[in-house]
Design a protein around this ligand. Structure first.
Ligand SMILES: *Cc1c(COP(=O)(O)O)cnc(C)c1O
Length: 362
């Protein structure tokens, strides 16, 4: 990875390392977005996208970062009131976004570091007050993975409530089988586990959510689910998409299916366990409780009280590796190491050796 340059390698939880192969795919000559070439590019990757999302619904490509789709989902689906499940920086922000879209919104606030459980959501939605729920599957800021299966079960029992799941940093790390879960929107972004540069959002929408969107008048244009569906019928997107990313996505999907989805999930679990072993062996603790720890990254509690800024500095200067020094209000109290994307036992082994060396020099 990055063999051509001596750049600082990214082990922050997104953006992450982008392979030379991906950079080559990004440099494919341009085509018109209303051409047959584009239609075959688009149609060609649909089956792989559908398999990765675990769905027979179309998978849409949005030329935006994930936040565009997160805001779009609110605009398309909320009519009465949305329950935003909040347990970290991204999920907390979603509440703010709902309100900025002019929607009635309430937080289900859980302490940072804790998962969102279905029973907590049910307490709120059984009142009948809410028509939409948002949830961040893998809270990247805290390294917490909430259990999607029990939330899917809840979603099936409340068919009139739309469940929107952000799996921006969980997608392709662990299974997120959209149809089997029975949720209504699943979205991700290009710069997390897919290891592409930032700039592309990917999402899928249930029939129930399309039906809801059809009854919402102020969906806007750029993120209108109904526009996406209409254009999809011609293997196109509503506006000119970021075509280089779509070439890169095709290249990445080829790799993902050459490896196999199950092998990919297993590789992420293995690499994550390597980092976890380093955490335990060095007397650190995890920010997330056992059973709810992300497989995409590790959020380490700085219970030893090390100088995280100095630690990050040593990693960068001596090893040309960047990890993250903690997000927002847990900066310095935590640090985060990503194991997403194209990493191998060898590359993560190298990161661990660098962590050891830097810790020893503090
Ligand atoms: C990175 C991330 C986002 C935001 O992605 P943008 O690319 O900045 O829009 C949202 N949710 C989660 C969980 C993330 O990790």
């Amino acid at each position: 990875m990055g063999a051509k340059t001596d750049h600082i390698r990214l082990y922050i939880p997104g953006p992450i390392e982008v392979s030379d192969k991906t950079f080559e795919a990004l440099a494919t000559p341009m085509i018109g977005h209303r051409s047959k070439d584009f239609q075959s590019l688009y149609a060609g990757i649909q089956p792989m996208l559908q398999e990765a999302f675990g769905t027979r619904q179309p998978v849409f490509l949005s030329t935006s970062s994930a936040w565009g789709v997160m805001e779009g989902a609110i605009r398309n689906l909320v009519k009465t009131k949305v329950l935003n499940c909040c347990n970290g920086a991204f999920s907390d922000k979603w509440l703010d976004v709902s309100r900025r879209c002019g929607k009635e919104a309430e937080a289900l606030q859980v302490e940072w570091g804790q998962p969102i459980r279905a029973a907590q959501i049910e307490e709120k939605i059984k009142t009948g007050e809410f028509d939409t729920v948002t949830l961040v599957h893998n809270e990247t800021s805290t390294g917490v993975m909430s259990p999607l299966d029990e939330i899917g079960e809840l979603s099936r029992r409340y068919p009139d409530v739309m469940f929107i799941a952000d799996s921006v940093s969980g997608f392709s790390v662990v299974p997120t089988p959209f149809d089997a879960l029975g949720i209504d929107v699943l979205l991700t972004g290009s710069q997390k586990a897919l290891a592409l540069p930032p700039g592309l959002g990917l999402f899928t929408v249930s029939d129930a959510a399309f039906a809801r969107a059809e009854t919402v008048n102020d969906r806007g244009y750029y993120f209108d689910f109904i526009e996406f569906r209409a254009n999809q019928k011609n293997d196109m997107t509503p506006s000119t998409p970021v075509i280089p990313h779509i070439y890169a996505l095709r290249s990445k999907l080829d790799d993902i299916f050459a490896e196999g989805l199950e092998n990919r999930y297993a590789r992420h679990a293995k690499l994550n366990a390597m980092v976890h072993d380093w955490v335990s062996a060095n007397g650190f603790e995890f920010f997330a409780p056992e059973g709810f720890r992300s497989k995409a990254l590790t959020c380490v509690s700085n219970n030893r009280g090390i100088d995280t800024a100095a630690f990050l500095g040593l990693l960068k200067t001596n090893h040309r590796i960047a990890i993250d020094g903690g997000y927002g209000k847990i900066k310095g109290k935590t640090f985060r190491i990503s194991n997403m994307g194209d990493e191998t036992e060898e590359s993560i082994g190298g990161v661990i050796a660098a962590l050891d060396d830097s810790l020893a020099k503090l």
